[in-house]
Ligand binder design. Sequence first.
Ligand code: SF4
Ligand code: SF4
Length: 92
Amino acid sequence: MALSIVEGCVNCWACSVLCPSDAIYMVDAHFIIDQKKCAECNGEYADAQCASICPVEGAIVDATGQAINPPGSLTGIVPEMMEKTRAEIQAR
Ligand code: SF4
Ligand code: SF4
């Protein structure tokens, strides 16, 4: 099983230097996780190091597509409140 970097990644480089498997690198100006190398940090750390440092909610997902840091988990902002505020701002 391996994690993946999806849309939302801002190419901050933080995860790539932490990966114990050297599984994260840039391809065509975007970071990717090598599916053959990533072992989800099993045997190395209790938590996936890439997801624990990533500042962007939803940028890293597991093999089922579930975000390791789902909306609201880092900002503390309830997703429904974020949507409501965004809609209010766009309506101005
Ligand atoms: S889960 Fe661990 S091994 Fe996999 S890419 Fe992230 S830091 Fe590397
Ligand atoms: S830490 Fe997150 S935002 Fe930064 S490069 Fe890695 S996946 Fe992208």
